[in-house]
Design a protein around this ligand. Structure first.
Ligand SMILES: Cc1ncc(COP(=O)(O)O)c(C=O)c1O
Length: 324
């Protein structure tokens, strides 16, 4: 499969010495928030494959969708602008403030933003945009929410190869890889490549919206398509898809004071910032589970910081500072 080279790769891996000492297990942070600035985070790894596919098919406009503070939409807008492609974003969310976070960046980067009314269907809106573009002589390419399909997920299959090279350089093995899960593609890519390598790493996902059952099904479906695309036999059973749905809290993109207080504590004590929607909940879940003994057999845990810092809203920032 063709790919573009847009992301700053490989992203560094840093050991969190003091947190490791505190928790009694080695914790490493893979800085996928360093993949870029406008394209920052996990989405650009996926877009390297999705947008390459669009270009290969001769498409000139990218259409995708997400929530009001979607990092995926913002990264797509940036890649489209970089390559001179059109970009239409179908965005759903409550009380949009056009002047902050990713919604500001979407517009700054030249994407056409289509805000959905609460009762409007995302699929119908995307179909309508596709038809309008075709009528104008354009060739649109639709990327699903989060680029979480078999093409986009290749970005994280290749991240496993990158991690393997880094393990060799560091002279260690990560027995656990941990991420936040929003639409499943990052997890699917990691699990798929890990399995293909026959590696023993366990991949842990902390859900930020749907429950475990929904994610296991979504992730399995993406992986089945990946096996098919690679011309491999599609396994009947998928073991060890480890999705924890106990840290969604008040719901997608909604923050509880305890999560914001945790993010502030990590920032002050360890010098890096998590986002409130994905990595904050994922890292909070991981640390809580380490404290509960879930990772008691682990030696080296790798948390992938998948970015999302552009999505902090003013309300979240205010509430976070109030916890201090
Ligand atoms: C910052 C960040 N982290 C993690 C995720 C989760 O990735 P995925 O949608 O592939 O599950 C997303 C997107 O949903 C994200 O924007």
């Amino acid at each position: 499969m063709e790919r573009l080279h847009i992301a700053n790769l490989p992203t560094p891996i840093q050991k969190l010495d003091r947190l490791s000492e505190e928790l009694g297990v080695n914790i490493y942070l893979k800085r996928d928030d360093f993949t870029g600035t406008e394209v920052s985070g996990n989405k650009v790894r996926k877009l390297e494959f999705s947008v390459a596919d669009a270009l290969q098919q001769g498409c000139d406009t990218i259409i995708t969708a997400g929530g009001i503070q979607s990092n995926h939409c913002r990264a797509t807008a940036a890649v489209a602008a970089m390559l001179g492609l059109g970009c239409d974003l179908v965005i759903r969310g409550e009380i949009p403030n056009h002047f902050e976070g990713n919604l500001f960046l979407d517009q700054a980067l030249g994407a056409r933003v289509h805000l959905l009314a609460p009762d409007e269907s995302r699929e119908e809106k995307m179909d309508e945009i596709v038809e309008n573009l075709k009528a104008q002589g354009h060739k649109p390419y639709v990327i699903p929410v989060g680029a979480s399909n078999a093409v986009g997920s290749l970005g994280y299959a290749s991240a496993i190869e990158e991690i393997t090279r880094q393990e060799n350089n560091l002279g260690l093995h990560f027995d656990s890889v941990v991420i936040a899960v929003g639409s499943g593609g990052t997890y699917a890519g990691l699990w798929y490549a890990n399995q293909k390598q026959g590696a023993k790493r366990k991949i842990y996902g902390f859900a930020v919206d749907h429950n475990t059952e929904v994610f296991v099904e979504t992730i399995t479906n993406i992986m089945k398509e990946m096996y098919l695309n690679d011309g491999l036999e599609v396994p009947e059973e998928y073991h060890d898809i480890l999705i924890n749905d106990q840290y969604i809290g008040s719901g997608y993109a909604k923050s509880r004071a305890e999560e914001l207080a945790f993010i502030m504590k990590i920032a002050r004590e360890h010098g890096f910032l998590l986002d409130p929607v994905y990595t904050g909940k994922g890292f909070y879940g991981m640390v809580s589970e380490i404290q509960k003994g879930t990772f008691k057999n682990a030696k080296n845990i790798l948390f992938i910081h998948t970015g999302g810092l552009q999505g902090w809203t003013q309300e979240q920032r205010e509430n976070a500072l109030k916890t201090l």
